[in-house]
Design a protein around this ligand. Sequence first.
Ligand SMILES: *Cc1c(COP(=O)(O)O)cnc(C)c1O
Length: 803
Amino acid sequence: MFSDKNEFKESFLKRIEMSLGKAFPDSTKRDQFHILGNMIREHISTNWIQTNEHYRLNQKKQVYYLSIEFLLGRLLGQNLLNLGIYDIVQEGLHDLGISLHDLEEVESDAGLGNGGLGRLAACFMDSLASLDLPGHGYGIRYKHGLFEQRIVDGFQVELPEQWLRHGHVWEVRKPDLTVEVPFWGRVETIKGKDGKLIFEHRDAEYVSAVPYDLPVVGYQNTTVNTLRLWSAEPSRYQPNRDMMRYKRDTEAISEFLYPDDTHDEGKILRLKQQYFLVSASVKTILRQFSSRQSNIEDLPEHVAIHINDTHPVLAIPELMRILLDEYGLDWDKAWRVTTKTFCYTNHTTLSEALEKWSVRIFQPLLPRIYGIVHEINERYCQQLWEKYPGEWDRIKHMAIISYDEVKMAHLAIAGSYSVNGVAKLHTDILKTREMNMFYNFSPEKFNNKTNGITHRRWLLKSNPELTQLLVHTIGDSFIKDPEQLMELERYSNDSVLQEDMKKVKQIKKEQLAARILDQNGLSVDTESIFDVQVKRLHAYKRQLLNVLHIMYLYNRIKEDSSFTMHPQTFIFGAKASPGYYYAKKIIKLIHSVANKVNHDPKTKDLIKVVFLENYRVSLAEEIIPAANVSEQISTASKEASGTGNMKFMMNGALTIGTLDGANVEMAERVGQENMFIFGLRSEQVLDYYSYGGYVASEYYHHDERIRQVVNQLVNGFFSDNDEPFDLIYDSLLTENDYYFVLRDFSAYVDAHEKINATYKHPKEWLRKSILNIAHSGYFSSDRTIAEYAKDIWGIEQYSLIRK
Ligand SMILES: *Cc1c(COP(=O)(O)O)cnc(C)c1O
């Protein structure tokens, strides 16, 4: 469509006039963004059509990735980069007096996810396309993504997010591919001619699932995969009863993303969303399969369906339903096909996050699906009984339905041929503790796939300055093969590279400082250590430990005139789930501490505290490249993997962290001496949980520093604040500090002292920083996806097929 900047400019100007009916000088930034977006989408469409055509014609296996969340962020810049036309477009626009960067900022984040789980799905989409792999995503087109966070007087306020307000230029609505999804009603059984029972779902309420397709552009190849997001609309086929109520109930299904990634709201709507997603997706998958193949029993040779956490697990009984009721397979055949088709990723061991559904809710909403889950449970328990005769407790514990609840993780394990954890430690904990009984019963299913991040967004796109320096130093082979970053290892002592690295970091810090000044009206010292903790607010992630340490530093500076430190800027970003009262208190605490510290003439030149509101992908892209220190301080055993940790590592930040999640593997690779590892190990934490022995108040009584900061939570130390932090105080002392904040406090202080000491030796710091980047290639999602493709899905690169 255009191959140089002049062709681009000509075409862009023509489009502005033709589509907008305006002369170019009258066009707004938003006009220009929309025109550009449309041009690029059209530019993509040839390869998109061709990719789909090839998938239709060839017989090779495809994977479908089902996820209730896709945290995509902005797409313009990434699409231009992957298409290899970023520079052409940037220069062309520049000639017209337009900054591409400004246009990129017009785009709303597609924030259809809470945090790590949704962002992982987005990184996986990018890697699948960039590796030429036949992989498709299926999700929900929520009208409102994760809420927009505002901070008012230090409190979080939630506003409905509005990413579709001005339309979404990348999506293509495909009404002809609408799928009908039934809810409620009742199941009737009729005897068929051959004596077989026929199940009929009567009086159901139908909802139309209308697909909106997004192109997923591979990096400088010709692959354009599809992310299909379903939107819920009233069905034409629904007999017209109370039309207003029906329309409202229907549209509610794709109205909001649930703003919670750990516990479940236990609401019918959430279950409706889940079945809506999987029913529409599985029906479509089978329609596509049937257009290529005739024998349904061959499904597993041609299709793998991946379920990202348990939210899409009803895809298992949905496939069973179709195989039984529509294809007429007998149970054993249907189960064999199903269990060779599904694979499942577990994302957490937090027991409160394991999804359960009350039969009372489940059965009436999804009567046929419930019947199938019930039968799956009966047969599964029968198998368990054969292996463990008489072991009632074990069977009750492993059952899919027990105490009138459906255990979604158990259904996922029973119905999948592969169950994977997301980091080595996490998978080990699954095997030896949380899911030990399932592991003993079917060890062959369990495997690990350590998470990754796409270096195309988290390095090339968000940090072009660093990318350029890396290319200059080791060549560009790491762009296609990120593990080539290891070539940097030889340069870790190179003073020229070290100096250049320092300059790049300084540029990114200045850019972030400008953002902080703009948003918070606070000027920060770019020579200070930028120490960053950005992630969802959760007790187990221990933002509290970070804040208590800042309070301690404040006290120390005030009381000990001989105390010195390198100036440090503590930067936070975090959304708290709206109903998570404790997490919201922590946000308030961060602001109260900031208020005191930032304005005290004795401390404000040494420590500053910044909270950047509305943490999201586009903000992460600005913050992470500017970090000197990455805070990854979860209670050991609680963070399944973490992916923020990997983004920071790739951008040269040094990690202060516990041996939790993927931090363990980061340490294995870069060496503990190049990180600041502290605190309890996961076995110690798990032993405390099993055998007791931790008494938080002892740490309070025996450590003066702890006593002082904990008292300051409730003694009016924060004068601006009329409601004290009793809740937090009580969580530490009355409730015995479930997340071991006080237990790890002293070790955390020591680790921070080491950071301070190391930062005083720039060469030493930069050497470690370079080594971190060198070893970060392993944490590219290209490596992760290559492992999934080979070990779990059995799919091959599509370029090989195409020849
Ligand atoms: C990467 C990312 C996360 C996950 O961060 P963790 O530190 O792994 O919890 C959450 N939100 C956004 C916007 C991200 O980009």
